[in-house]
Design a protein around this ligand. Structure first.
Ligand SMILES: [Zn+2]
Ligand SMILES: [Zn+2]
Length: 266
């Protein structure tokens, strides 16, 4: 005796029985009801929808045939429940076997509202980011004078330097490499220019190149640079820090209300 096979066959038999019971329930429910347009006979097509087999008219039998027991009013579908249009009493549908019935207009409206909420949220975030942005940065050309004290600091750095070294410096200097190097070493807190490790063997030249790279980075708004005594201080520009992620509101249309129809009648 294979229990699993028996259990499977049993489940199938129960399901087949349920389908038969459902068909029987609907045929009984629809006996005595005819198409309001052509008097044809009716068949159920889905929960809350029946169809005239003669003219093809499709309609909700609860709304068409059932009336409020308190006042005789017409039921209207409210999300998942029927309610009397006149007195507001709840109406338990006689035309639902065990499935849920939905109000498609309600869910369409919910989707519209949800999309609108998301749009408004995006707009709020956009405004927040726009307000926290720093002012426009003029980027037409590099201007050493735009950073206070930099020209003096540059002069102090190169004072007493061999002219030959300066020429050589220009020839070998790879600005991009130094910019990338500085970008990789700066932080949200101030560092001295001398704390950033050299990229080349000549410490004097390297200091100048690091400094030039910092001047260019300061000009494009990547770093903040200032002089502190004999030191050139550098740190990440405030606006360059990562912004906090603002996660979207999750959409949820579940758990609205319970089932409607016969399931509630007992
Ligand atoms: Zn009909
Ligand atoms: Zn009523």
């Amino acid at each position: 005796m294979n229990i699993r096979v028996l259990a499977y066959e049993m489940t199938e038999a129960v399901e087949a029985f349920r389908l038969k019971a459902r068909r029987f329930f609907y045929s009984v429910m629809l006996i005595g009801h005819r198409c309001p347009k052509c008097n044809g006979s009716l068949a159920m097509v889905s929960e809350g929808r029946c169809l005239c087999v003669s003219c093809g008219k499709e309609f909700d039998p609860t709304v068409t045939f059932q009336r409020c027991s308190a006042c005789g009013g017409v039921p209207v579908l409210q999300v998942r429940r029927y309610q009397c249009r006149d007195c507001g009493s709840g109406i338990i549908s006689k035309f639902l076997f065990d499935e849920l019935v939905f109000d498609p207009d309600y869910f369409r409206q919910r989707m519209v509202e949800s999309r609108k909420r998301k749009q408004e949220q995006r707009e709020r975030v956009r405004q927040m980011l726009a307000e926290s942005r720093s002012g426009d940065l003029p980027l037409d050309h590099a201007e050493l004078g735009s950073v206070p004290g930099l020209v003096d600091a540059l002069n102090a750095l190169t004072a007493g330097m061999d002219e030959a070294i300066a020429v050589e410096a220009c020839e070998q200097f790879n600005l991009k490499a130094y910019e990338n190097h500085v970008r990789a070493h700066i932080h949200d807190y101030p560092l001295s220019l001398t704390d950033i490790l050299p990229l080349s063997e000549n410490p004097k030249k390297d200091l100048i190149w690091r400094f030039v790279a910092i001047v260019f980075l300061a000009h494009t708004g990547v770093v903040d640079v200032w002089q502190d005594g004999q030191e050139i201080m550098v740190k990440k520009h405030e606006a360059n820090r990562e912004r906090q992620d603002i996660s979207g509101e999750s959409e949820n249309t579940d758990g609205l209300e319970g089932p409607v129809g016969r399931a509630e009648a007992g």
